[in-house]
Write a protein that binds this ligand. Sequence first.
Ligand code: HEM
Length: 404
Amino acid sequence: MADSSPVTSPFVEAAPSARHAAFAELAAAGPVRRVTLFTGVPVWLITGYAEAREALAHPDVIKGKGGDGPHRDAVPADLAAAMDQHLLGADPPDHTRLRRLVSSAFTRRRIDGLEPGIRRVVDRLLDDVAAAGEHGAPVDLLAAFGLPLPLTVISELLGVPEERRRDFQEWTTVAINGSVHPAETFVAAATSLIEYIRELVGHKRADPADDLISGLVAARADGDRLSEDELTSMVFLLLVAGYETTAHLICGGLQALLTHPDQLDLLRGDPERWPAAIEELLRFNGPAQVSIPYRTAAPVRIGDVTIPAGEVVLPALLAADRDPRRFPDPERLDITRPSPSHLAFGHGIHHCLGAPLARLEARIALGALVDRFPELRLAVPPEELTVQASMLINGLTTLPVTVA
Ligand code: HEM
């Protein structure tokens, strides 16, 4: 039986600590539990670490169908086809095939090759932050740095030319936050974005370059290749999956460090600690509070609960990463914690494809912020910060700081 009172508290605008407390309260009631969400949908919420890993790796815990984005009644079929045929909504064998093709273009070499470009973008954005923050004026680091950085990086990765970036970024922002816009606004932006992605694919087909879209166009495995809709959907997914998540890793990570100055001092004294620190920041305050929902294809035993077939399963990554059975003293930020192996990037076949890129961006961005602004401080008391209302994203509404 689902609990009678719907679960709302982790998904509303609140103080960051209130969101974690809401998940801790749910976790205390049991690691696998059927609840009703505030949307009226009953789900099996998984708040335990071992149980979430088990569910995410279980062959009968599947995506089911995908394609449940915002305003679906208003989205024409051809637009839906160009947005929905991607990895995150697919199950094996389709997922296996798509992931193999996409991975052959989304390579470690291509990601590592972005490092000089990312440093350039970071330096340029921080010049603007320094100018805006002269004489102690507060700057919203989310708007001035956190959000523009990943969008510029993904534009470079995809090969969007400079003169088209403003349009591209405007459509992307509306398409990603579709549910907060009226249906017509969302459909118009998504249509422009998909048309533009198609145009970009056409150019890269005719005149390949050393960028990700050219790589995806050329991707081949066992005589197989991506269809036109699969290509468009994949580019669309890369935008949706990598933009706000990375912004909130940077800003949520910085917030955690600024409110734990002892940990920040450890980093200032020893920059080699950054990679381990990023992992602990992902565990402590990851940007994805839950996975995209899964479904059971058959009765599935998780921990000591059997979930019947046909039910929605929702791993609560933020709760699992603070499970005291897995992480001693989980509420403590400790960048010296031995290999946290968190679930912030998910687990199993849908484990985040962009994790190496997100880690690289966060390391460069946070390292540069801390190096460049020794006087970096929160511009408001920490208890005045709020996380935005969201089903998926654990992200601040703003991050006001002073840099001088
Ligand atoms: C999948 C988190 C950045 C591309 C996922 C999943 C999570 C996640 C939790 C699995 C969702 C599920 O199981 O339903 C994050 C976080 C990020 C981040 C916390 C930043 C800190 C990125 C970036 C990209 C990206 C930068 C690419 C540019 C993807 C893709 C998938 C995915 C393509 C689907 C993989 C599949 O289904 O096989 N991400 N992500 N992500 N992510 Fe990320």
